[in-house]
Write a protein that binds this ligand. Structure first.
Ligand SMILES: *Cc1c(COP(=O)(O)O)cnc(C)c1O
Length: 407
């Protein structure tokens, strides 16, 4: 049987096949970058038209109350919560992932007086490491990096916080959240998980792992649109002693009392800083509703099946590429990354054929498998394109080596 014939069988048996219709996907494109910018849900343009035309245009400022604008950050947080094993009162949609990292790293430092070290791993997503650098410049933090096999040995009485990305953005490697959280707690440290490449693709159990904090992205698997608001999780046991530093009026216990003195809201709302980005939240909510409707268990099953099928297609074509993602599907997120010295040009040659993946410096071709809208036929076709690009040396064309700003 050819990969295309097998794909047809898998698609016919796919319980998520119908959800593909709920997205707008351009003709002739195979989209393997939903881990970087999720596809557009069909309902998003209609919703945006309503929010802009009616809620803003006609409701004007009344819509803060009547259209639920003020409650949106909390309401959407509560909808994200079941996707990450959190309670509805523990998650809020706000700011960017970077800003949420800053707030929670600073809060953790304050909760562990006498400890200044933030422990992470080399090669963590840049913004996670840069946010530590900013707090270091303020004299508040020190940075310690340890390779993933040595993280537990690097935990000592100086570590205030263990900061890790659950699914690695470049390799797709997944950390054992429960084990590392326990080890950090035994050393007296708190834990902050970056769920940007996990949420909406792989199951996460923050409560089961007893995690302290988490952040994550709204525009990747959650399909919230470019630059969508992010989210933050704080275990409810920490709500009373949090002390995040960006004490803006939306995080105040009574923002419309207009008091001269700051008093943090008692719950997760204390993570808010300024006025919520209503339009961004409206688009995010459509994506979150759709991903929540599909459910993380089914998404994960399909994600594993898609990546396994891609590897099987490459094998069927006799292609041996160095895969830097873990070979067992249970040890990785919803992506496969391949190392090749000409990864950039290969990626560009694929894009020219309508197969959109991305490149991560210095030599990684990264293919994301967003389970909500990819078909097995897409996977078989993408594998065939990759084989043709490699076999024909198509990537050697000069135009494919010019680096763009965003890779
Ligand atoms: C995408 C991503 C981010 C994004 O942060 P922004 O503030 O939205 O730019 C952060 N961390 C990780 C691990 C990511 O993959």
């Amino acid at each position: 049987m050819t990969p295309e014939q097998r794909a047809a069988e898998f698609d016919a048996a796919d319980p998520l096949a119908a959800f593909r219709e709920r997205f707008i996907l351009p003709e002739g494109v195979i989209y393997l970058d939903g881990n970087s910018l999720g596809a557009l849900p069909k309902a998003t343009p209609e919703t945006m038209q309503r929010v802009i035309g009616q809620e803003w245009g006609e409701g004007l400022i009344r819509s803060w109350n009547s259209a639920g604008w003020f409650a949106a950050a909390h309401r959407i947080g509560a909808k994200i919560a079941p996707l990450i094993g959190a309670g509805a009162q523990e998650v809020i949609a706000c700011d960017s992932t970077s800003v949420n990292l800053f707030k929670l790293i600073a809060a953790a430092l304050q909760m562990r007086p006498g400890r200044k070290v933030i422990l992470s791993e080399p090669g963590n997503f840049p913004t996670d490491l840069y946010m530590i650098a900013g707090l270091k410049r303020q004299g508040l933090a020190d940075r310690r990096l340890a390779a993933r096999e040595r993280l537990t040995q690097a935990l000592d009485e100086d570590v205030a916080l263990l900061l890790l990305t659950h699914v690695h953005y470049k390799t797709g490697q997944m950390h054992d959240m429960a084990t590392l959280t326990r080890a950090a707690h035994e050393a007296g440290a708190l834990v902050l998980w970056d769920l940007s490449h996990s949420t909406g693709a792989v199951p996460v159990d923050l409560r089961g792992a007893d995690a302290d904090f988490a952040v994550g992205c709204g525009y990747k698997y959650l399909c919230g649109g470019p630059g969508a608001p992010a989210f933050a999780f704080v275990a409810d046991s920490h709500h009373s002693d949090l002390g995040q530093p960006l004490t803006g009026w939306f995080g105040h216990a009574a923002p419309f009392a207009f008091s001269d003195d700051y008093k943090a809201a008692p719950g997760i709302e204390q993570l808010l800083c300024g006025t919520s980005p209503v339009l961004g939240l409206a688009a995010l909510e459509v994506g979150v509703d759709l991903i929540a409707e599909i459910g993380v268990t089914r998404l994960y099953q399909k994600s594993q099946a898609l990546s396994e099928f891609f590897l099987a297609c490459l094998a069927a074509h006799g292609i041996a590429l160095e895969c830097v993602s873990p070979p067992e599907s249970t040890a990785r997120g919803s992506q496969l990354s391949f190392r090749h010295p000409e990864a950039y040009a290969i990626c560009q040659a694929l894009i020219a054929r309508g197969v959109i993946g991305d490149f991560r410096d210095p030599d990684v071709l990264r293919l994301g498998f967003a389970p909500a809208y990819l078909s097995f036929a897409n996977i078989a076709a993408a594998a065939r394109h990759l084989v043709e690009v490699l076999d024909g040396g198509e990537w050697q064309h000069e135009q494919f080596s010019q680096r763009a700003v965003v890779t």
